[in-house]
Design a protein around this ligand. Structure first.
Ligand code: ZN
Length: 290
């Protein structure tokens, strides 16, 4: 409980009623998946803004003046870290923010891609559980009065994630081992591959910033033919033309759309993280299982 706004206090002065109101913890998340984690843990005790919107690309993002205002007002800014949000330091500086920056991926074991870490750690559900614990700890530190609510929400959500992780493992078992390999647009599923044993090959690297060369494409086409990869997949925020070309040059079927770096909007198939993981594994098993 905090002293409420001047307006309500004026009402207090006029009516002599006790003047307290709960003020929600003001949180900014860099992208939609983190915003969902924050929402699951924070419930109605937090006010959450996602900078990068659903179905949008967090790798290449140009913050707006509106974003700078949101970050300036936030008490906590939740980022993924691992080099995902290259645009964030400048935004924090431009906003004059005093917010505590919470790196949700702290404590995961990073996968290396050359010299860099692969930032897509949330694609392993066990890693997502680490994200959730970090967010809970940050909420409790920023708003100790609501610690009991954060604990209850986090425990309920972690149990659901634990069940989700088992569900994904059971679904992968339905796919014959020789068919557990796919093509997706950019290299967003390294942690998923590592955790669940489906191999992903991607024409783009771990970032969407670089265009593949003709040689990269020819290499992918060769790999698909040689490895007899059963299906290629689109991603929800990337240009479909690349995968379309790969599919037509190899005669491989398009297995559907995977959600990698962004949720869908409310009306789409992946408005929450749990929906996203479930949608992805269902899309993979429908294309790959016999
Ligand atoms: Zn990505």
């Amino acid at each position: 409980m905090r002293l409420c706004s001047a307006l309500i206090c004026l009402a207090f002065a006029l009516t002599a009623q006790p003047c307290f109101a709960t003020e929600r913890l003001n949180v900014v998340a860099s992208f939609s998946i983190l915003a969902d984690f924050a929402h699951q843990v924070g419930g109605d005790k937090v006010e959450i803004t996602s900078l990068v919107e659903p179905d949008s690309d967090v790798h290449v993002y140009t913050p707006s003046p509106h974003d700078a205002r949101d970050v300036g007002l936030a008490k906590l800014v939740i980022i993924n870290g691992l080099g995902l949000e290259g645009w964030m330091p400048r935004l924090l500086q431009a906003s004059g923010s005093k917010a505590r920056v919470v790196t949700a991926s702290d404590g995961i074991t990073p996968l290396k891609r050359g010299a860099d870490a692969d930032p897509h750690a949330w694609q392993s559900v066990k890693n997502a559980m680490i994200y959730v614990r970090n967010i809970r700890a940050a909420f409790e530190a920023a708003d100790p009065a609501d610690a009991a609510a954060f604990k209850a929400n986090a425990e309920r959500y972690l149990a659901a994630l634990e069940a989700l992780d088992r569900e994904v493992r059971a679904d992968v078992e339905k796919i014959p081992p020789a068919r557990r390999k796919v093509i997706s647009t950019h290299n967003a599923f390294g942690y998923f591959a590592d955790a669940y044993g489906i191999q992903f090959i991607a024409p783009l690297g771990v970032s969407t910033q670089t265009e593949p060369s003709a040689r990269d494409l020819a290499e992918i086409v060769g790999q698909i033919k040689q490895a007899q990869i059963p299906a290629v997949f689109l991603e929800n925020f990337n240009d479909d033309r690349l995968i379309g070309r790969v599919a037509s040059e190899t005669g491989t079927k398009v297995g559907g759309t995977l959600y990698s770096d962004a949720l869908s909007d409310e009306n789409g198939p992946a408005p929450t993280y749990i929906d996203m993981v479930r949608h992805n594994i269902n899309t993979l098993t429908s294309a790959l299982a016999p």
